[in-house]
Design a protein around this ligand. Structure first.
Ligand code: SF4
Ligand code: SF4
Length: 69
């Protein structure tokens, strides 16, 4: 099991993680704004995540953490 956590309040909606994901399972939440006024990244299909950590490495603000169980 992989647990991916996105700290939405710190996300600046740059979309780099969305582009970095080989499984195309991240997207910016178009109908949601965080406290900073950005559309935060969100996970669309946790089961499809292969825990490659591309998203976490790409994020300039270390918003994404990945834990393997
Ligand atoms: S760990 Fe890899 S597969 Fe999972 S969301 Fe991040 S980039 Fe996509
Ligand atoms: S790379 Fe980081 S800051 Fe940019 S959209 Fe993804 S989680 Fe948010």
């Amino acid at each position: 099991m992989v647990q991916l956590t996105i700290d939405e309040s710190r996300c600046k909606g740059c979309g780099l993680c969305v582009r970095a994901c080989p499984k195309k399972i991240l997207e910016l939440a178009k109908n949601k704004l965080n406290e900073k006024g950005y559309h935060p990244a969100q996970m669309m299909d946790q089961a499809a995540c292969v825990a490659c950590a591309s998203c976490a490495r790409t994020c300039p603000d270390a918003v994404i953490t990945i834990e393997k169980e």
